[in-house]
Design a binder for this molecule. Structure first.
Ligand SMILES: Nc1ncnc2c1ncn2[C@@H]1O[C@H](COP(=O)(O)OP(=O)(O)OP(=O)(O)O)[C@@H](O)[C@H]1O
Ligand SMILES: [Mg+2]
Length: 412
């Protein structure tokens, strides 16, 4: 790195030279481009790619060093992400010089978004105390002319490719063109790696949301039932009079069953397994098992009717329908004060499938309390994912609540 002045801005300028030497040069450059493209494609580790690019740059241009540096757009802190021909401690020393306020062609090229060449850099670095952190290294090497080529991504500079050449051998216009192309390769590699990190984050976020939804519809409700049941037992134990040991034993067994169910739900979510019954026996039978366990936990009468003869649905639709009905039943148990609830699968005769959960309770109530309510929101998401229509309304004869989800063309 050197002081800013004097610098020469370099633009593309085709070389007039020809002959076998030129042909050999082009061959080397082409091989370097091919290597750059292939290393970008095959390597996943960004520093490995950029170190390799820096190595190729030195091999083809005869530069003594090559560094690929990212510049923080706010603080302008320099981060060496690829290098060749530079000592290990050089990056920290350069960053120290930047903090000292040393004038830098690296930053000039970054800010101006164009390539720059600064001959006589060695003398300027050695004469400027702000460059003290790198002076020993520069002293020991033949570095003299400094070049800096910006890394541009979609019109914005994100960093700089830099290098030193020995005194009296300034890089040719052709070298600069080559550096520009290699800087473009480096910029692509950095951009790819940032995008893939962002994609990974988004994938992780959507996986987290999926888990949260499934936990809400299954495990948290199972634990809710468990809490209610335990509270019931606690009240009974607190009542005056003789303890009915048989009744207490049966209550504790039920508690254990509920806890085991919650545990196995949790395990299958963690292992990303589909609900076991759904996987083994399809939607209708899985709903029957669900109905039976809801009846046991809540004391409701739960019926499942299917008017659809053959049901072969996409597994993701099945999963979402199952979870949606599960939450609708959870809501009946928690809010409806109903006696019976029916789950109906209906075909509309035109390939459409409707699933209804109808209770005979108090009717849809406004949510109470200050805590968040996720159930209906999650049902909407599950329905929306498959282009299904979800409605909430009164049940038979205006009594209770009916949740209806209808999927056009689900039956093929
Ligand atoms: N079958 C129903 N009968 C009466 N009210 C209902 C019924 N289903 C839902 N509700 C009302 O709609 C509200 C919102 O339901 P939702 O499932 O979104 O939240 P929640 O069940 O209160 O909480 P969460 O599902 O997050 O545990 C409920 O709080 C309740 O007042
Ligand atoms: Mg709910």
């Amino acid at each position: 790195m050197t002081r800013s002045a004097p610098t020469v801005a370099v633009g593309p300028e085709p070389s007039a030279a020809g002959g076998p030497q030129q042909a050999a040069r082009w061959a080397r450059q082409t091989a370097a481009f091919a290597e750059a493209a292939s290393v970008i494609a095959r390597e996943t580790e960004l520093t490995t790619v950029l170190d390799r690019l820096a190595y190729e740059v030195r091999a083809v241009t005869g530069l003594l060093t090559c560094a690929i540096i990212l510049v923080d757009e706010v603080t302008e802190v320099l981060r060496h992400v690829g290098r060749s021909g530079l000592p290990d401690d050089y990056p920290t020393r350069v960053e120290e010089a930047r903090r000292n306020g040393a004038p830098m062609v690296t930053l000039d090229a970054y800010r101006a978004r164009r390539a720059m060449v600064a001959p006589g850099s060695r003398a300027r670095v050695l004469a400027d105390p702000r460059w003290a952190p790198t002076q020993n290294i520069v002293q020991d090497n033949e570095w003299d002319t400094f070049v800096a080529v910006p890394l541009i991504v979609r019109g914005d500079a994100i960093g700089v490719m830099t290098g030193f050449s020995p005194g009296g051998t300034d890089p040719s216009a052709e070298d600069m063109q080559f550096l520009q192309v290699m800087a473009d390769h480096a910029a692509i590699a950095v951009d790819n790696s940032r995008m893939s990190a962002e994609l990974q984050l988004r994938a992780a976020e959507s996986e987290r949301q999926r888990l949260a939804r499934d936990m809400h519809d299954s495990v948290s409700q199972a634990i809710f039932s468990l809490t209610l049941y335990a509270r019931g037992l606690e009240l009974r134990v607190g009542e005056p009079g003789e303890l009915d040991r048989a009744e207490l034993g049966a209550g504790l067994r039920e508690l254990r069953t509920l806890a085991q169910e919650a545990l196995s739900e949790m395990r299958s979510l963690i292992e990303c397994r589909r609900p076991v019954e759904l996987q083994r026996r399809g939607l209708v039978q899985a709903l029957e098992v669900l109905a039976e366990s809801t009846a046991r936990k809540t004391g409701l009468t739960v019926e499942v009717h299917s008017a659809v003869e053959r049901l072969s649905l996409d597994p993701q639709i099945e999963d979402d329908l199952f979870r949606l009905v599960q939450e609708a039943l959870n809501n009946v148990g928690k809010h409806a004060q109903a006696r019976t609830v029916a789950v109906d699968l209906l075909a509309d005769g035109q390939g459409g499938l409707a699933v209804e959960v109808t209770d005979d309770g108090v009717g849809l109530r406004e949510p109470s309390g200050v805590r968040a309510h996720f159930g209906m929101e999650t049902m909407r998401e599950r329905a929306g994912r498959h282009g299904a229509l979800l409605t909430f309304g009164p049940g038979v004869g205006g009594i209770g609540t009916r949740v209806r989800v209808s999927l056009p063309a689900a039956l093929g």
